[in-house]
Ligand binder design. Structure first.
Ligand code: ACO
Length: 319
């Protein structure tokens, strides 16, 4: 049997840090409101010249270095983003060129905040099929570009960043199980309902959200999909060493851990310093906890996404 294993990770955040206090000086909000509702203290915001592919490049270089491979060893690139550099070519192709490699398939995957979990599950299946042996899987976002900075109900929640892993074929898992879902009937609850037509934006180019509806949906499906993924590989909640849900807000993370009967110490939290970085949030949190030594070889880590679509999913990984 061929399995896939994460052999390296990397992440990158723009240097520009925007605190809640900075936002409170620009709009009618407060550190107290943002912190008590979301747990967010600050976020990183891309400079004008930074794009999803440039953030992805830095995260990918760090992942390649930590895996101890060369860029030429990569034979598949899957990049999750909802904020691509262009309509086309894909950000994955732009990243491939920036990495100085050619020939391997490279494509973007659009599942909003579930994007990285979707991409990791997809790369795992490509590797298990025997078609590919070494995948670069990336989540990269510049959500600051699709925020309405006059809408205090949404713009305070998000940040920019990128995270990446190298997934390589192995005789042992690795990725133990995954589960992916979508329900497009909820499209209107969280969306950027705009498009480009004849050189103009049609519709609305900004992120719109029904916050309370997202909250309720996220907590329910994160609980369900964690249990479904565990059942697929015959594991129990007690086998989870670390839980990394999509970093939407602290209350969603804590409510998910509580529903799963997991102690809050098993949660990896980065939303406080990164904000919600959509498809980048899970690989960013994974990389932080690998580098600070909390996640060790042999640990079981439950990675979870939920986002616009709605989409949701989970991947159980043995590191
Ligand atoms: N600062 C101060 N006041 C604010 C702000 C702000 N930034 N934003 C909204 N308010 C006000 C509102 O105007 C409203 O005032 P009103 O009562 O006078 O009308 C009041 O605060 C309450 O607004 P609500 O939207 O009801 O606030 P709620 O307690 O529901 O919290 C929040 C909003 C934090 C968005 C919450 O619904 C939530 O956590 N939802 C989950 C959604 C989420 O995390 N989305 C992230 C993206 S989706 C994803 O990643 C899957």
């Amino acid at each position: 049997m061929i399995y896939s294993r994460i052999i390296g990770s990397g992440s990158y955040l723009p240097r520009n840090v925007v605190t809640n206090g900075d936002l409170a000086r620009r709009m009618d909000t407060s550190d107290e409101w943002i912190r008590s509702r979301t747990g967010i203290r600050q976020r990183h915001i891309a400079e004008a010249g930074e794009t999803s592919s440039s953030l992805a490049l830095e995260a990918s270089k760090a992942a390649i270095a930590s895996a101890g491979i060369g860029a030429r060893d990569i034979d598949l690139i899957i990049l999750a983003t909802s904020t691509p550099d262009y309509i086309f070519p894909s950000t994955a192709c732009l990243l491939q060129a920036k990495l100085g490699i050619k020939g391997c398939p490279a494509f973007d995957l659009q599942a909003v905040c579930s994007g990285f979990v979707y991409a990791l599950a997809t790369a795992d299946l490509f590797i298990r099929s025997g078609q590919h042996r070494c995948a670069l899987v990336v989540g990269a976002e510049v959500f600051s570009r699709i925020l309405d900075w006059n809408d205090r109900g949404t713009c305070v929640l998000f940040g920019d960043g990128a995270g990446a892993v190298i997934l390589r074929a192995d005789a042992k898992p690795g990725i133990m199980a995954s589960a992916l879902h979508a329900d497009g009937s909820h499209a209107g609850v969280l969306s950027v309902p705009g498009n480009v037509r004849g050189g103009n934006v049609t519709g609305d180019p900004f992120l719109r959200m029904d916050g309370p509806a997202v909250f309720k949906f996220a907590v329910r499906v994160l609980d369900e999909v964690a249990r479904e993924t565990l059942a697929k590989c015959g594991r129990q909640v007690e086998n989870i060493d670390w839980l990394i849900p999509h970093q939407a807000n602290l209350r969603i993370l804590e409510a998910t851990a509580k529903r799963l009967d997991l102690p809050p110490e098993k949660l990896i939290v980065t939303v406080d310093t990164h904000g919600n970085t959509s498809a980048a949030s899970v690989p960013l949190a994974l990389d932080v906890a690998l580098r600070d030594g909390r996640i060790k070889r042999g640990h079981h880590v439950m990675l979870q996404g939920v986002g616009g679509g709605f989409t949701w999913g989970a991947v159980l990984v043995e590191m």
